[in-house]
Design a binder for this molecule. Structure first.
Ligand code: PLP
Length: 356
């Protein structure tokens, strides 16, 4: 295991109160940094005070977007320790994302060692109120000072941390979703299956227009026929039709969500029928009108489970479960969060514990 250089901050910041955290606003005292060059590979793993970095105007990522990121969470356990949720799976996806945009892969165990060290150092930033968490944002970007389209030779990997408030501080709030039939997010063979900034740039205008019309999120359809459900904003999507749960398959343009995977595994263990299969927007609207559509929810790290209260497609709307949270959505949310805080046994070995 490589040695981790640590340079502690001499100027610690005050930690905000648990009820004033918001999301993605406050950053901790330290960050993890690692560099890549062709001679040394990934090297110089260090923890330094959180702060600005110098950026040359020709830095390649600014021009060609060669970058990837991750998003995961750590939770304060009752015994005072820290529970990281599925970090190896997140780092594996991080490496898969990197490979797709020609960024060299890193050693997962080495990076996990660095993350654990960073969490030990910034331990006081992990909030403890139920519903709060420490959001972990690893990212890699191309640092060559060069104009011209080719993979960069040098990269920087960083991890920054931010304490985040309860997503549902005022209780579960089912969202209003607009089915997007003008713009598309990603196409098979493209980069929709990885966490890379370009996907989010591509989604902004649709989200802005949907917000102007009073919707919370957009539901993306496939880019070719604009017929098959793909995903919602930064979440995967699941529907309960009768007694069966359906989610679109990982066809190459959908992000393989870790929460999606956790949800599928739990449903299988509960013997709730779950299948990964294509479902068209026409089938969904028909099921909404006939009453077959019982529940619909998004899955993602930030919200865990986000119930959908209504969907709007062209001139038609359907309200799902009277706009209320469904039983299965609630059960999944309760189960996953209980595992994350260590209140329930971790039968699937999803938790990596940091002892403080
Ligand atoms: C991150 C993300 C998800 C959800 O993935 P999780 O691992 O569950 O957080 C779904 N869709 C998109 C586009 C995402 O960026």
């Amino acid at each position: 295991m490589t040695e981790i250089k640590v340079n502690l901050s001499q100027d610690l910041k005050p930690v905000p109160e648990d009820d004033k955290l918001g999301f993605g606003i406050h950053f901790t005292d330290h960050m993890l940094v690692m560099d890549y060059n062709p001679d040394q590979g990934w090297h110089n793993l260090q923890i330094t005070p959180y702060g600005s970095i110098e950026v040359d105007p020709s830095m390649m990522v600014l021009h060609y977007g060669q970058a990837v990121f991750e998003g995961m969470k750590a939770f304060r356990a009752k015994d005072g320790g820290i529970n990281i949720f599925r970090p190896r799976d997140h780092f594996q996806r991080f490496n898969n994302s990197a490979a797709r945009v020609c960024i060299p892969e890193f050693d997962i165990e080495e990076l996990l060692g660095g993350l654990v060290k960073l969490l030990e150092i910034d331990n006081r930033w992990v909030p403890s109120t139920h519903g709060t968490a420490l959001y972990i944002r690893p990212f890699i970007f191309a640092t060559d000072q060069f104009l011209g389209v080719r993979p960069s030779h040098t990269y920087k990997l960083m991890i920054i941390l931010c304490p985040v408030g309860a997503y549902y501080a005022e209780g579960f709030n089912p969202v209003k979703i607009m089915v997007e039939d003008k713009y598309v997010r990603a196409v098979r063979g493209g980069i929709g299956a990885i966490k890379t900034p370009g996907n989010y740039a591509a989604s902004l205008l649709a989200a802005v227009e949907a917000k102007e019309k009073g919707f919370t999120q957009v539901l993306w359809l496939d880019a070719i026929e604009q017929k098959w459900l793909e995903e919602v904003g930064t979440m995967n999507i699941m529907l309960k039709l009768g007694d069966e749960v359906i989610t679109p398959p990982l066809n190459g343009s959908i992000l393989p969500g870790i929460t999606r995977d956790s949800t599928i595994k739990l449903l299988q263990q509960w013997q709730v029928p779950i299948s990964e299969k294509q479902i068209s927007i026409d089938e969904v609207m028909a099921a909404g009108h006939s009453g077959l559509l019982k529940e619909m929810f998004g899955t993602g790290t930030a919200a865990v489970i986000s119930p959908v209260g209504s969907i709007h497609y062209r001139k038609e709307s359907v309200v799902i479960n009277h706009g209320q949270v469904g039983e299965l959505s609630q059960r999944l949310f309760d189960e996953i969060t209980a595992i994350q805080y260590g209140d329930k046994a971790d039968a699937n070995h999803w938790i990596e514990t940091v002892t403080i």
